[in-house]
Design a protein around this ligand. Sequence first.
Ligand SMILES: Cc1cc2nc3c(=O)[nH]c(=O)nc-3n(C[C@H](O)[C@H](O)[C@H](O)COP(=O)(O)OP(=O)(O)OC[C@H]3O[C@@H](n4cnc5c(N)ncnc54)[C@H](O)[C@@H]3O)c2cc1C
Length: 389
Amino acid sequence: MNLETYDMVIIGGGPAGSAAAIFLARYGFNVCLFEKKAFPREILCGEFLSKEVIEIIKELNLFDKFLSLNPNPIDKFCLINEAGSELKTDLNFKAYGLKRSSFDLLLLSAASDSGVAIFKEFGVSQIKKDGEIFYVSAKNSDNIIVNVQSDIVIAAYGKQNILDKVLKRDFVRYKSPFNGIKFHIPKSMLVNLAPNVISMFVAEGIYCGLNEVNEKAVNVCFIENRSKLVKSSRQNLIEFIMANRNLNQIFSNGSLEQINNLPAYGTGNIYFGRKSLVENSIFMIGDAAGVIAPLAGDGIGMALQSAKIVSKILLRKKVEKLSLYQAEKLYVKEWRYLFTRRIRTASAIQKIILNKHLGSIGIKIAKTFPGTLPKIIEMTRGSNNLIQV
Ligand SMILES: Cc1cc2nc3c(=O)[nH]c(=O)nc-3n(C[C@H](O)[C@H](O)[C@H](O)COP(=O)(O)OP(=O)(O)OC[C@H]3O[C@@H](n4cnc5c(N)ncnc54)[C@H](O)[C@@H]3O)c2cc1C
């Protein structure tokens, strides 16, 4: 069989896959990318874009195009518990809110403009390795099959995927109680919402973030622990909003019931534990490598950073004639250096906040020592300057 050969095959066209494709194409590699969904598409996310994201967007020369999408600037963070106790701080950086449909399309289009061969609406179903060569098969909804071969495969297919089972990854055995759901709520349904603030409302077993994503829509995104909440996710959200006076006040009269009619984008079984960073010599990036608790961390920032690390290492592999094994070791070392502490801190904060008593104590401490919250924000939000390779 005569197969198309690429220097690298990337699976997934979210922020991680598209950014890796752009970096690698700009380094002169011949890259192909498979994305199974039709873009633009929505995906579960709080749609809060931190400084790390913005720095890499600038590095990719996409900032002007990004601004042309009219993202909503955000410079304040506010945490509010059930009792109405409020903790507000400056972010000390400029972040943005933007729908993922727009953001991800920007990156995927830039990958295409950089010369990446993009197989749109092709889902990868098989990856085989014979000696040094990977054989990757993908299929679209008309059952058209594309087969390609490459020395290097990068998996950027997100937090959970059938391919995790195909690759027999350890974590697929674990069941997580965490569900996440996102809505885009028309601004006309809401009152008293400051556009420059990301607000996080917390209660036992659930937290919910609110931030504007453009002049017409507000992202409402929440995570719930299903071992503590048994009703449907939509119902849990409505009850959560009703029980929280500060949050309730944001919804104008009668608008709350309208949540029942809005489309929801959700996922269950969100696993925040450790994952392998290289599996059968496939480089895992973005959420495929590790998921950070969104309450205190920015997954898109990590997705872009891991794309950047892997690309730099693969460039070094070529220039310094490193073996694949050496490149894998370098990637694991760099990834752990950049992200392990962030992920652990974010996970600990998520545990505290989802517990009513610990959460209240945490808020009291942070109020008594006002430097605590900005410090935590700094610890869990990375910076582009941290890159070593
Ligand atoms: C509740 C919640 C809220 C969050 N809020 C924020 C936030 O506000 N800010 C932030 O920075 N991060 C947030 N995150 C994290 C962020 O959404 C992820 O970290 C980010 O989407 C990871 O990007 P990715 O490219 O790795 O994966 P994804 O964005 O999941 O992209 C993966 C892509 O791969 C494609 N794909 C999957 N399987 C295949 C296949 N077999 N073949 C081809 N293509 C395939 C998918 O269609 C998808 O387009 C949140 C996460 C959760 C759970």
